[in-house]
Design a protein around this ligand. Structure first.
Ligand code: NDP
Length: 329
């Protein structure tokens, strides 16, 4: 039986929690038919919620958080995987109800794993992470709806965040005129480097929305929710489409049906956690083909496992720019 290091979140009192870096053994791993030597993970917004306890993300205690990981298969009883295979895991309730990626080892169902594309290193895969793969799902929702650069500009909200940065980079690479909305004026140069054509202040979209506003964009990727999504919808051109994936401003949607029934606007909901494998494969194809790896490298910060709790607090405080990769192996 071999030991491994892990971040463990345990219940303290009735509602509190404690987060510690601890040593575990294979006996502590959960059920699954593939055991993976984790080399990299990443800190997503949801991981921040789990690590700080600011939302009930963790549904089984004690738990190793971390909704993403990549690494090498150590042992497998699953037909699709053999020892030595490089794999990626995004979602499926890992880091919520099943031990996750903030550990040197993980055991999961092989049905949840995908093979890591040969062109992606472990660091690349986690720089993408759930945030990047969700951004790709959002972009696919727009293009599947028929949106092209000829239809007009697209808006990305929460643009300097993980989902927003990747969506901005992908849409720009596909030829869209990207309007990036951010609350951090200091990130203007960063967003322009990613390909944003225009920057607008978060405040322009964060107040109460009118039922219909001036038509400003043909579509959008929204990682913010609440009034921001209501404003994005109200300013979407006739026949446009908005992909909604996040709730950084709030879970509510104080909007009217006016954009839907008067402008034929489509609101596409995006879930990355339970997305089927074929959708995941399309998202990774889009990412490997169109993501500028060098630009993406520049937006990635690497931290050791020990720094994960602090990084979780920072992402919830809105202090994180781009992506945080956890180097484990
Ligand atoms: P980040 O924290 O990296 O990015 C969120 C961004 O939202 C921030 O960088 C900030 O961007 C903006 N923001 C933060 N607080 C507010 C606020 N109060 N009002 C308006 N804007 C705000 O998180 P991620 O990119 O990883 O995730 C973004 C959202 O998407 C989260 O809500 C997350 O839970 C959700 N998500 C959903 C998934 C799904 O499957 N549906 C999968 C992955 C993420 P800026 O500074 O540029 O304004």
């Amino acid at each position: 039986m071999s030991g491994f290091r892990a971040i463990l979140v345990s219940r303290e009192g009735e509602k509190g929690q404690k987060v510690e870096l601890t040593d575990l053994t294979d006996n502590d791993l959960m059920e699954g038919d593939v055991t993976v030597r984790v080399t990299h993970s990443t800190v997503n917004y949801k991981d921040g919620l789990a690590l700080t306890g600011s939302a009930p993300v963790i549904r089984r205690w004690p738990l190793i958080p971390g909704i993403d990981f990549t690494g090498e298969v150590e042992a497998s009883d699953h037909a699709d995987f053999k020892p030595g295979d490089a794999v990626i895991l995004n979602g499926w309730g890992v880091g919520e109800a099943h031990h996750g990626g903030f550990a040197e080892k993980a055991r999961v169902s092989g049905d949840w794993l995908i093979h890591r594309p040969a062109s992606l290193s472990g660091k690349d895969a986690m720089a993408i992470g759930t945030a990047g793969y969700t951004a790709a799902l959002c972009v696919l929702a727009l293009t599947d709806h028929g949106l092209t650069p000829d239809n007009g500009p697209v808006v990305v909200t929460g643009a300097a965040g993980g989902v927003g940065s990747t969506a901005t980079a992908l849409l720009a690479k596909l030829g869209f005129h990207v309007i990036a909305s951010t609350g951090r004026a200091s990130e203007e140069a960063y967003l322009k480097d990613l390909g944003a054509a225009e920057i607008i202040a978060r405040d322009e979209l964060s107040g109460a929305a009118r039922p219909l506003g001036k038509e400003r964009w043909a579509g959008g990727v929204d990682s913010v929710g609440s009034h921001t999504l209501a404003n994005v919808l109200s300013m979407t051109k006739y026949g446009g489409v908005v992909a909604a994936c996040g709730l950084a401003q709030g879970m509510d949607l104080p909007a009217t049906v006016a954009p839907f029934i008067l402008r034929g606007v489509t609101l596409a909901g995006i879930d990355s956690v339970m997305a089927p494998k074929d959708k995941r494969a399309r998202a990774y194809d889009l990412l490997t083909e169109h993501l500028d790896r060098a630009a993406f490298d520049a937006i990635t910060t690497t931290i050791p496992l020990d720094d994960v709790p602090a990084a979780g607090a920072d992402i919830i405080a809105g202090k994180v720019r781009g992506r945080t990769v956890v180097e484990i192996g």
